[in-house]
Write a protein that binds this ligand. Structure first.
Ligand code: AMP
Ligand code: MG
Length: 488
């Protein structure tokens, strides 16, 4: 039998030293025949885990939930959340946190199994996950990481050998997620609703220690925590907007305190630029449409502030005043992150007052001509404006001249502007039809080669290599509009 230290597990359980209201101890439920279908060697190395040993029979038993590694103290986390605006009690209904892997450099990462069986938070669910959605989470989370966007990551997907009953019968799977923590706005909402102020303080101190260790120990530390989370969320959402990523379920239980993207359910990348784009079949009102992500981020942060109120000031009125003042900073922060990212996308090294109208003008023309979001910036980066959907139009020609003149007014050379664009505009993103094609081959035919080639291309989205060209191609128009479903 392979010993823990041979695999490299070095687990701590700081979260389970928090008040007991925050979790339930639970063992992952065993599965009949674990089969490894995808494994992230690079991430294993990063975590100082031995990839080969993890891929062996003993290792697989851990990734499937049949055995727990030494040092693990499996728990399901309690949390609440506003789902589509309504407060609900949730919790890990199909996930188990094994512990926190502490790497040789001292960094700490949650190791969580998703699809690992029922927990006290499962309500009517079976606690399991289907193979397709777990592979989808694997592909998109790793693509986001390669896009340099803060995100939880995926270590492996293991099939269980047990079918699930959904609308049809589907193969079951367990995904191993790696995250700098799973603290959510909803975790704070849960304690604010059910716990004591002391428990809330312990949670906030824990979040500070884990994600914002430079915040000093003084009476302002909780309002500072609020402000720091605002900055990270504003930055994160700006990064989503800049690559056309639509999260799809921005409920407060899916928004992290660390500022990482989590919960890859109905998310997808926008093709043609349209601010109203929604992919999720359950988002009928378009609450989480592309254009609504920034204001929803602010709405979610207001829920965080409400949960923090008892820590901000003894007098509620003054606590509210403080929270409102800091909460109002979100808009400018978000806007500054977005604008600076857009400048980079257009190769602008410096700032001019008219930059924003120039950007807005381009977006307006793109929307009018249904130009593909990623490929428009790719074409500009490659200096091939003639290949965009709007190239023949007078308004685009006029815009292009203005932009070229703007590039000419900065000190940096044109080649340095194009270099900046290459570093800022991905040549490829996980295109919906490519993701579907990979999932179809994997799930229906057990052919993982399509997914592996896709993952390979997505691992270097800024490479601009000729092999990537086919992943930049648009879907056949006969495919019709893309729809996503909550992966359960
Ligand atoms: P999500 O849409 O992934 O954010 O999940 C919302 C809530 O539903 C969370 O509390 C999940 O743990 C729970 N959940 C989702 N799928 C299942 C399932 N198959 N069994 C039990 N709970 C589930
Ligand atoms: Mg969730």
């Amino acid at each position: 039998m392979i010993q823990n230290k041979e695999i490299g597990w070095n687990l701590d359980n700081s979260y389970s030293r928090l008040p007991e209201t925050l979790f339930e101890q639970i063992e992952p439920a065993p599965v009949s025949s674990p089969g490894l279908v995808i494994f992230n060697n690079e991430l294993a190395d990063f975590l100082a885990l031995d990839a080969d040993k993890l891929k062996s029979k003993e290792g697989l038993d851990i990734l499937a939930g049949n055995k727990v590694p030494e040092g693990a103290k499996p728990i399901a986390q309690a949390y609440a959340g506003h789902q589509f605006g309504n407060f609900t009690i949730l919790g890990d209904g199909r996930a188990v946190l094994l512990g926190e892997q502490v790497t040789p450099s001292g960094n700490r990462f949650d190791i969580q199994l998703k699809g690992s069986g029922r927990t006290p938070f499962s309500r009517g669910g079976d606690g399991r996950a289907a193979l397709g959605p777990m592979l989808r989470e694997y592909i998109i989370s790793e693509a986001m990481h390669a896009l340099r966007i803060p995100t939880n990551r995926s270590l492996s997907v293991v099939t269980t050998g047990e079918p699930l009953m959904r609308e049809t019968e589907l193969p079951g799977a367990v995904l191993t997620r790696v995250s700098s923590s799973h603290l959510r706005i909803g975790t704070f909402e849960y304690v604010a609703r059910w716990g004591s102020v002391e428990e809330l303080r312990k949670l906030a101190d824990y979040a500070i220690e884990r994600h914002y260790p430079t915040i000093e120990v003084n009476e302002d530390r909780y309002i500072t925590l609020f402000e720091e989370v605002i900055k990270r969320q504003a930055s994160l959402i700006a990064q989503w907007e800049l690559v056309g990523f639509i999260h799809g379920v921005m409920n407060t239980d899916n928004m992290t305190i660390s500022g990482e993207t989590i919960d890859y359910g109905p998310c997808a990348f926008m093709d043609a630029y349209d601010p109203k784009t929604v992919f999720s079949s359950i988002d009928v009102q378009g609450r989480y449409a592309y254009q609504n992500q920034p204001p929803i981020g602010q709405w979610n942060l207001a829920r965080f502030a409400e949960a923090l109120l008892p820590l901000l000031h003894d007098e509620q009125e003054q606590a509210v005043e403080l929270a409102v003042e800091v909460h109002a900073k979100y808009e400018n922060l978000y806007h500054a992150y977005w604008l600076s990212g857009m400048r980079e996308k257009l190769g602008l090294h410096n700032e001019e007052e008219q930059d924003e109208p120039l950007i807005e003008d381009l977006l307006r023309i793109m929307e009018k001509h249904a130009a593909d979001f990623t490929n428009t910036f790719r074409a500009l980066t490659l200096d091939e404006p003639g290949t965009t959907a709007m190239s023949g139009t007078t308004e685009f020609k006029h815009w292009y001249e203005q932009w070229q003149a703007r590039l000419g007014r900065q000190e940096e050379s044109k080649s340095s502007a194009y270099q900046l664009m290459k570093e800022s505009n991905p040549a490829i993103i996980p295109r919906n039809h490519r993701v579907e094609e990979a999932l179809e081959a994997a799930v229906a035919k057990e052919d993982y080669s399509v997914m592996e080639r896709l993952m390979d291309a997505l691992s270097a989205p800024f490479a601009y290599s000729p092999e990537q060209d086919k992943y930049a191609e648009l879907p056949d128009p006969s495919c019709g509009p893309y729809r996503t479903f909550c992966g359960t």
